[in-house]
Design a protein around this ligand. Structure first.
Ligand SMILES: [Zn+2]
Ligand SMILES: [Zn+2]
Length: 302
């Protein structure tokens, strides 16, 4: 899985930084996480193929997380998209988008499917297919907001071809061995899976914590992620503002990462009051050394 940061500023575009948007690349498709104003231009700038976007996740309805969405939906139509598009979002979003489409008499050449997440707060699986699983969890923000955990499923077990030949396992059964099945020989002898296969790669887990005040209420949801993205709107000196405005500081993001057992932490959603962002990483690293401050265009392998 590869994460590309398209926007990492909070509230408004400022200092050359854009509002929230990220791309997760899994196998041959893309997943867009939040879609602030300017997201399409950022996609073009960083060579993101819009046609490959299969799922869009919208964390909440503050404009800096979805004002770019109607433009993208419209562009998909103009670009002749025919693949269905699935959007996972707050309850009100379908009506907002539909009003905009109706007002311009837009006819989309593709199916647009909304899957709403209850504003009351939900923890559930949104997507489960052969290659990935996406779940949502509520966070603590001024309006209903959810974070997302994206899991790229582990590759199948690796075949030990020499052992497979030794046990005379027919090639048609190899796919089932990779899926973890045992093989029964003609005389009824069971060839145990681990005799003829080796472990595949492990699941890769990315947790996007959206906009949130500092809380450990979702620490279990993001437990042991390979990479956590946690907002750090403010520096420690402005911790009082973080509480007041339902946001977090870099240190608080680090505390969450520490408590969850995550391997790495990525910061973002910087307040426009800060022109430079170096101090965010420095403050967080005092609590959680494996921290990186995101910048736009940054690509991170999970
Ligand atoms: Zn925001
Ligand atoms: Zn917000």
């Amino acid at each position: 899985m590869k994460i590309t940061i398209l926007g990492n500023n909070s509230a408004i575009p400022a200092h050359g930084r854009n509002p929230s948007a990220q791309i997760a690349e899994i196998k041959d498709f893309l997943l867009l996480i939040d879609c602030g104003e300017g997201t399409q231009m950022q996609m073009i700038k960083y060579g993101i193929k819009r046609s490959k976007i299969r799922y869009i996740l919208i964390s909440h309805l503050h404009g800096d997380h979805y004002f770019g969405l109607i433009g993208l939906i419209n562009s998909f139509g103009l670009l002749g998209r025919t693949d269905p598009l699935h959007i996972y979002c707050p309850e009100l979003l379908p009506a907002i988008i539909q009003a905009q489409l109706d007002a311009s008499s837009a006819q989309l050449p593709y199916e647009l499917h909304f899957h709403t997440i209850a504003d009351s707060g939900e923890r559930r699986v949104l997507v489960e297919d052969a290659v990935c699983r996406i779940t949502c969890f509520p966070v603590d923000h001024r309006i209903a907001t959810h974070g997302f955990v994206i899991t790229e499923k582990a590759k199948a077990r690796k075949l030990d071809l020499e052992a497979c030949r030794q046990y005379e396992i027919p090639q048609y059964f190899y796919k089932r061995l990779q899926a973890g099945e045992d093989y029964e020989q003609k005389d009824g002898t069971i060839v145990q899976n681990e005799w003829v296969t080796l472990p595949g790669l492990e699941d890769k887990v990315y947790a996007y914590c959206a906009d949130t005040r500092h809380t450990l209420s979702f620490v279990e949801d993001v437990a042991a992620a390979d990479l956590i993205y946690h907002e750090s709107t403010y520096l420690d000196a402005d911790a009082d503002l973080a509480i007041l405005r339902y946001h977090s500081t870099a240190v608080q993001a680090a505390e969450l990462a520490q408590a969850s057992g995550a391997k790495r932490l990525m910061l973002g959603h910087y307040s426009s009051r800060y022109k430079e962002i170096e101090a965010f990483e420095a403050e967080a690293k005092r609590v959680f050394p494996n921290t990186v401050a995101s910048f736009e265009g940054m690509e991170v392998r999970v």
